[in-house]
Design a protein around this ligand. Sequence first.
Ligand code: GLC
Length: 513
Amino acid sequence: MTTWLKSAVFYEIYPNSFCDANGDGYGDLVGITSKLDYVRSLGANAIWLNPIYDSPFMDGGYDVRDYFKVSPRFGTEKDFDMFLAAAHAKGMKVILDLVPGHTSEQNPDFLKSAEPVENELSDRFIWTKGEWSFPEGFKAIGGRHNRQGNYIVNFFSTQPALNYGFNRIDDPSWQMPHDCDAAKKTREWLKSVIRFWLDRGVDGFRVDMADSLVKNDGDRCEKPKTSEIWRDVRAMLDSEYPDAVLVSEWCDPQAIRAGFHADFMLDHHGNPYNLLVRAEEEEGKFSYFDKKGRGDAAAIADAFTSWHNAIGGKGYIGIISCNHDTPRLAPTYSQEVLKLIYATLFTLPGVPFLYYGDEIGMKYVKDMPSVECGFARTGTRTPMQWDTSVNAGFSTAAKTFLPTETDKVVNVAAQEKDKKSLLNFIRALFDFRKSNDDFISNHLEFVHAKGAEPLCYRRGKLLCVVNPLDAKQTAPITLDAKAKPIFSVGKEAKVLKDKIDVPSLSFNVFKTK
Ligand code: GLC
């Protein structure tokens, strides 16, 4: 059974940017394999690999040309199998990115579907009727193929939407029902992709735009017919691959009801993750870690509790430090504050997902020219900073996929040597988390949450106390006078008669009865 997910700690690797073993300027599977001990040393026991499939890379690989083939950019089929075997031998699970909603415009099934003469794949994608049809509410691309119709895209113009049908049909001339034969065949195709990689040994998938399958399918969260598809996929996993996990990019507890084992809490305006670390002045809100104390712990506690309760222990929240679509938290936050942030994020209930480089505080590079349609996301995908040698030790190439940042402090070699580094802190944090089962329990209770006052929450017998401000505060909580923190970031908090004295910029955990 998928019980391994409960204690999983994931490390997300963007393959282009992690380690280039063959010196061509792009990261590759042999490079990743060579760094597995490093990944394991962080306390991670699972890896999420962003797409590694054959692709023209018009959206960083989320435009898949061949779902059954490893991109030669990342290595050979054998390189993949060796990577997987090595990860497993070191006790690490591996999940791949699954892109179910769209393919590349160069995918052979799409090209077949785009032919002017009707064939068995004509309805595998969504096409309007007639070359002049550009229906409102959809992105339809015309004039690129001889078929008399325009294809609907799921994301960029290079990513034609696969046809899982429509829930509400507004125009029957081109919109097909979600339970028509063509839509059922798309589902079967999706299952064949899933089976192919599970048979090859992977441990599951992070599912891209999981809520995007059936069109006109209720509101953003509910998606009843899309949910039906995933429940069907889950039933298949439960019977054929009971250890495999599905983690969705959906960002709503509905994903768990739809059959996902876990779902990411992404940076969406006003959700608990956003309010905790990413809310910005422009959005009219401030993150809890805002230096001036303008955050709102009460809103975070309410929102997190209702999300947690909505899941009701039936699945997990994927808690991210960042991901390949989101600006990194540095340089907005210093390394000192990042420690508090990671400690908070990864002691809340959920499965931690650490984005490569966040363990050393790699910085978001603002205004980096877009590569492979990364656009603003490009600055969060720069090569891993291993040391201060050429290309920060990422590659020996004269030119790398993205320019490399060199920094005396923000690199693995420097931080390995420094006991107090962010890197060594992450190791200590995951180690502490691992040795306390309460952190993987489903228990959560916010006991004090008000403005920028210390945020206090219980996980079973553990009480976590966070102070985001550079000023001493107190928390109105009564503990046994002798209680001492069992884990601290910054200075140790002290128990007073009917309150806790909480030092500036600190995170403390007490064990209570
Ligand atoms: C997801 C991916 C993102 C990609 C998009 C389209 O949001 O995380 O990187 O561009 O889907 O596949």
